[in-house]
Write a protein that binds this ligand. Structure first.
Ligand code: FAD
Length: 284
């Protein structure tokens, strides 16, 4: 279908973009999600503000003991960054699992988190990493923890006039292992279930476990019961299976053409066990 008519502006600076978004303009980044929605007339923005050309939002750097990834970093930038591969392999691994090469070349980190698709991959990793998401408007900036940013299906903590400008991830010393495991929709690559695990084992005991979940329900979340079941344990197969069985405890699983709720729950515990095992094997 053809979208409704709209105005289009491509500001060169963040300042100009924020001014236009403050007046009600709709950000456009890679267009991988927004343009199809416009074509289906599920979205009919009057004024598109193309933030994808703003160089100030395109960076991946280390600063003050944290990794800062600009909103315009494409999935391919994240996947191929040697800095992230070395210091935050979970994010690079997750980006590499998104869609296909065309989507990874166009789609952006900022666009993906702002879109908050319940089957998107990044939210699981950002939950497990306890990442922060920086939001900026013409009047200032704030950084929101991932756990508070993803509010509901396609709904985030973004207020009118705000733009996602970067994702911030703390850098950790050794001993922490991570893994992202997903069961994907074969046509698109979106996660039917995606589990990100971040674990640390010291002197034979798991001292930290963070498990991020996507795809299972309408919103990404941290599997706190699984985390609690793992911490203090050695990480035997039986302990991992018992903890993984709690990954969707109390969660209302989605049902759609890709998977029934019962099948999703089955996948969730299986993929949680895989992710935890793989992360533990990297915790050295
Ligand atoms: P856009 O489409 O430009 O924008 C999406 C939304 O975010 C819009 O509402 C827009 O206004 C808003 N927005 C954009 N940038 C910002 C910003 N900086 N601040 C605030 N709001 C902003 N995703 C996965 O996670 N896993 C997959 O396997 C996967 N497979 C895909 C397969 C196909 C065929 C396609 C088309 C998409 C797939 N995606 C997948 C989605 C893809 O990752 C998109 O890139 C992503 O969802 C949106 O990023 P974008 O930069 O294209 O944003």
């Amino acid at each position: 279908m053809i979208p409704n008519t709209f105005d289009y502006t491509a500001p060169a600076t963040l300042k100009n973009a924020l001014a236009l978004i403050g007046e009600g303009g709709k950000p456009l980044a890679g267009g991988m999600s927004l343009i199809p929605m416009m074509k289906l007339r599920l979205a009919s923005p009057k004024h598109l503000i193309d933030v994808g050309r703003i160089a100030e939002l395109n960076y991946i750097r280390e600063q003050d003991g944290k990794l800062h990834i600009g909103a315009n970093a494409t999935h391919y930038d994240v996947e191929s960054s040697s800095l992230l591969q070395g210091k935050c392999p979970l994010l690079a691994e997750t980006a590499a699992r998104i869609g296909d090469i065309q989507v990874r070349n166009r789609g952006t980190l900022g666009g993906s988190v702002a879109h908050a698709d319940p089957s998107a991959d990044y939210p699981a990793a950002l939950q497990a990493l306890e990442a922060g998401i920086t939001l900026m408007s013409a009047s200032g900036a704030r950084t929101v923890p991932a756990a508070d940013f993803f509010v509901d299906t396609f709904t985030t903590a973004l207020e009118p006039g705000e733009l996602v400008t970067e994702v911030v991830v703390p850098i950790e010393a050794g001993l922490t292992g991570t893994s992202y495991q997903k069961f994907l929709q074969s046509a698109s690559g979106f996660a039917v279930v995606g589990i990100a695990a971040r674990v640390r084992r010291e002197a034979g005991k798991i001292t930290l476990a963070r498990i991020g979940v996507t795809g299972v329900s309408g919103i990404s979340y941290r599997a706190i019961k699984t985390e609690q079941a793992l911490e203090g344990k050695a990480g035997t197969d039986a302990e991992i299976a018992a903890a993984a069985a709690l990954v969707a405890d109390g969660v209302e699983a989605s049902a759609d053409l890709h998977a029934s709720a019962v099948y999703r729950l089955h996948l969730a515990s299986n993929y949680a066990a895989r992710a935890i095992r793989a992360a533990l094997s990297r915790s050295v």
